[in-house]
Design a protein around this ligand. Structure first.
Ligand code: CP3
Length: 354
């Protein structure tokens, strides 16, 4: 089915917001900005409500997940909320043994390495996603005209954690598997695609106005492997939600050589990390899609005049594209001074859109 008539994108709340307008290639009333990882450890109010509650448990308590999503919107006046959850939540809700170890990241009880391991994976059900839908409903009721962005991990990034069983730098496990045992790889990538796709669908149908697919670790792949072994699974994840008509964003890090292939998975907007200037990203994409990015998170700790000059450069480079939503080139570092983020938002909003 389509989005309900009382969905924020359908009932007049968010369709004309600066964020959705820019994602659709229109002229926004102000320059839209949000930050990946805007919710989280940079905010004292986050540390306070999370006290004594494990990361993944906090994602599954709807009131708490909603409150954490709203915190950075209240504080920074950003143009979107990003749903507070994690890319491994669909695994957890399917019944896969997974936890987030503080300072480490996602760790599985048992890595998924063989055809038998993949065949034994439990299936995610629509009912299991109810805490996600409830958290989204609570959040959009508070957000009013500010859109909520939903998200999911892309199949490769999910599989990278599943095969290694923990974070890794080179992702050798999944990269070996796609060549050495392509059949098992395809089965795993399809399992991850359907889990991601259902997670996206739950968020969008419950009230999110856009959704971002995070393929954070796709940059460890060459273009040939990405195109053959990964892009079809990412397209399959998005196949769960294309019919809903909400803008879809695709982001990864170290993906300068993959931007065209990532667009061709079938998305409306491409997110660019801090390594590639937006004018060059736009040239590589042939001016076909709005871009999102790409303030270097490292500069958030630089003196203000240096950070301001950098933000102005990012805006100038982004003006070449058919639309631009400001963001960081990756997530907010945990040690970031939140007042700096508020000031960056004020600066961006003070510069009139083209
Ligand atoms: O504002 C937001 O962006 C909040 C929602 C969000 C989280 N994780 C919350 C979180 C989102 C969009 C994610 C996505 C996510 N999770 C990605 C893709 C984005 C990216 O950063 O590339 C990835 C790769 C993960 C996996 C993951 N989860 C990692 C690597 C970590 C860090 C581990 C650590 O402690 O250093 C997490 C944990 C996590 N996810 C935290 C938050 C706020 C920190 C945990 C905490 O505060 O206790």
């Amino acid at each position: 089915g389509a989005l309900a008539a009382d969905h924020p994108l359908m009932d007049g709340r968010t369709a004309d917001s600066p964020l959705i307008t820019a994602y659709r290639g229109g002229k926004p009333s102000r320059r839209p900005v949000w930050f990946m990882r805007q919710a989280g450890r940079s905010l004292p109010e986050y540390l306070k409500v999370r006290e004594g509650i494990a990361m993944l448990d906090s994602c599954l308590r709807p009131e708490l997940a909603s409150e954490i999503t709203l915190q950075p919107v209240r504080r920074h006046d950003v143009d979107a909320g990003i749903f507070f959850s994690d890319i491994v939540i669909p695994l957890k809700l399917a019944g896969v043994g997974v936890d987030i170890v503080p300072g480490v990241g996602p760790v599985l009880d048992k890595p998924v390495r063989t055809a038998a391991d993949v065949a034994a994976l439990p299936q995610l059900t629509w009912e299991a996603l109810e805490p996600i839908r409830e958290a989204v409903r609570l959040t959009v009721a508070e957000l009013g005209k500010t859109p909520l962005i939903g998200f999911a991990g892309a199949p490769f990034t999910l599989a990278a954690y599943m095969v290694e069983g923990k974070p890794s730098r080179d992702h050798l496990g999944p990269r070996t598997m796609m060549h050495a045992d392509a059949e098992t790889w395809t089965a795993l990538a399809n399992w991850a695609a359907d889990a991601s796709g259902m997670f996206l669908q739950a968020q969008l149908e419950a009230g999110a106005s856009a959704a971002q697919l995070f393929d954070s670790w796709a940059g460890s792949l060459g273009l040939a492997d990405y195109t053959k072994y990964v892009a079809p699974a990412s397209a399959r994840a998005l196949d769960h939600v294309r019919h809903l008509g909400a803008p879809l964003i695709h982001f990864g890090t170290g993906t300068s050589e993959l931007l065209v292939a990532m667009r061709d998975v079938g998305v409306d907007v491409v997110g660019v990390d801090y390594r590639l200037p937006l004018d060059e990203a736009n040239r590589r994409l042939g001016g076909t899609v709005p871009l999102q990015g790409n303030i270097d998170p490292a500069l958030l700790e630089a003196p203000w005049d240096i950070l301001e000059a950098h933000v102005r450069e990012v805006i100038a480079a982004g003006s070449a594209a058919p639309g631009h939503v400001l963001n960081l080139g990756h997530g907010v570092p945990p040690g970031t001074d939140p007042d700096v983020l508020t000031r960056v938002v004020e600066l961006i909003h003070s510069i009139s859109p083209a």
